[in-house]
Design a binder for this molecule. Structure first.
Ligand code: PHE
Length: 336
C-alpha cells in the first residue's frame, strides 16, 4: 500500500483552508469517519500482518500530525473570531458621529407665527375659514357684486358655479361676524388662491386678515395697531405711510407702505425707485358689509386689513423671487 500520497493530499487540503468554514469541511473530509485517513486505515485489512503493522504506524503518524495542524488552525480561527467579537462590542468614541438631519420651519410658517405673536400680544384672537369658499362669502357679502371690476383683479379657480378657492382671507370677516356679536378682534391667517404665476405671484399664497369691530373704533386705531405691528416686524425705525386706495368692503380705504428696507428710502430695484414698499390693504369696514351680516352700522364701527405673508417674508429676509418659497430647495430652506 502506498502511503506517500496521503500526506501530500492532506497538506494540499490544509493549504486551501482560508476560513473557519473551510476548516470544518476539511476536518470532516480528512479526519472524519468516512474521511481520507479512515479510508486508508480501512485498506489495512487487505495487507498481511507485517505490512499492516508498518503501514498502520505510518498512517497513524500522519493522522497525529494532521490532528495537530488542524488543531492549530482551529485555535487560529477561534482567536480571529474572538477578536472580531471584541471589536464589535467596543464603542469607538473617536469615530466621527452621524448627525441626524433635522427639519425646520418653513420661512412662511416662521413669518406667520411672528405675525400671530405680535397681534396676539395686542389682543387679537386667531380665526379661520375654509379654503374652498362660497362665492357669496368671497365676493357678494364683501360688497363685490358679480359685475364688479374688482373681480378681475382676483380672478380665481372655480370649483363649480358658486364655489371658489378663496382669493383673499376677507371672507373670514363675514364668517366671524355672522357667528358672533361685537366686539370682534380677530386675525385670520391662511392660504389664498389666484390665477397668477410670475416672479412676484404664485397661484397659492398666504394672507393674514385683521378685523376689529366695536363701538367707537376709529381710523386712528387702525393706524396705531398697524404702526405697532410694523415696528415690531421690521424694526422701530421703519417709516410707514397710508395711501388712499379702494376696496369695495372698506370706506375709506388705504394701502400701507413701509420705507424700503433695502435702500432705506434712497431708491432701488426692489422699491422701483420709490423708496416705499406696499405691504397691505386696509380701511374702515363698509356699512354695507355690516348690513350684510346683520350688524347695526349706526352703533358700531370697525377697521379691517389684509396683508400678504410672502410679501412680508420677502421684505424681511431680502428674497427677490416669491417662487423660491415653493421650489422646496433645501439650500434655500435651510437658511431660515
Ligand atoms: N382682501 C384685500 C386683498 O386681498 C385686502 C384687504 C383686506 C383690504 C381688508 C382691506 C381690508 O387685496
Amino acid at each position: 500500500m502506498d502511503i506517500s500520497g496521503l500526506k501530500e493530499k492532506i497538506e494540499g487540503e490544509i493549504s486551501r483552508i482560508g476560513n473557519i468554514e473551510d476548516l470544518k469541511r476539511a476536518k470532516v473530509s480528512l479526519l472524519g469517519r468516512k474521511g481520507v485517513v479512515a479510508d486508508y486505515l480501512d485498506k489495512l485489512k487487505t495487507l498481511d500482518k507485517d505490512q499492516r503493522r508498518d503501514a498502520g504506524k505510518a498512517i497513524n503518524e500522519i493522522k497525529t500530525w494532521a490532528d495537530l495542524r488542524i488543531g492549530e488552525l482551529e485555535k487560529h480561527f477561534d482567536e480571529i473570531e474572538r477578536q472580531k467579537k471584541e471589536r464589535a462590542s467596543l464603542i469607538d468614541i473617536t469615530m466621527p458621529g452621524t448627525a441626524p438631519l433635522f427639519g425646520r420651519k418653513h420661512p412662511i410658517t416662521l413669518t406667520l407665527e411672528e405675525i400671530i405673536r405680535i397681534f396676539g400680544s395686542l389682543g387679537f384672537a386667531v380665526a379661520e375659514g375654509p379654503d374652498i369658499e362660497a362665492e357669496y362669502y368671497n365676493f357678494e357679502a364683501l360688497n363685490i357684486p358679480s359685475d364688479h371690476p374688482a373681480r378681475d383683479m382676483q380672478d380665481t379657480f372655480y370649483i363649480r358655479p358658486g364655489v371658489v378657492l378663496r382669493t383673499h382671507t376677507s371672507p373670514v370677516q363675514i364668517r366671524t361676524m355672522e357667528a358672533q356679536l361685537p366686539p370682534v378682534k380677530i386675525i385670520a391667517p391662511g392660504s389664498v388662491y389666484r390665477c397668477d404665476n410670475d416672479i412676484s405671484h404664485t397661484p397659492m399664497f398666504h394672507q393674514v386678515e385683521g378685523l376689529m369691530v366695536d363701538k367707537n373704533v376709529r381710523f386712528s386705531d387702525l393706524k396705531g395697531i398697524l404702526s405697532i405691528f410694523i415696528h415690531e416686524m421690521f424694526g422701530p425705525d421703519t417709516p410707514l405711510r397710508f395711501r388712499p386706495s379702494y376696496f369695495p368692503f372698506t370706506e375709506p380705504s388705504a394701502e400701507v407702505d413701509i420705507g424700503c428696507v433695502i435702500c432705506r428710502g434712497a431708491g432701488c430695484r426692489v422699491c422701483k425707485d420709490t423708496g416705499w414698499l406696499e405691504i397691505l390693504g386696509s380701511g374702515m369696514v363698509h356699512p354695507q358689509v355690516f348690513r350684510n351680516v346683520g350688524y347695526d352700522q349706526e352703533e358700531i364701527t370697525g377697521f379691517a386689513f389684509g396683508m400678504g405673508v410672502e410679501r412680508i417674508a420677502m421684505i424681511k429676509y431680502g428674497i427677490d423671487d416669491i417662487r423660491q418659497f415653493y421650489y422646496n430647495d433645501i439650500r434655500f430652506l435651510s437658511q431660515f
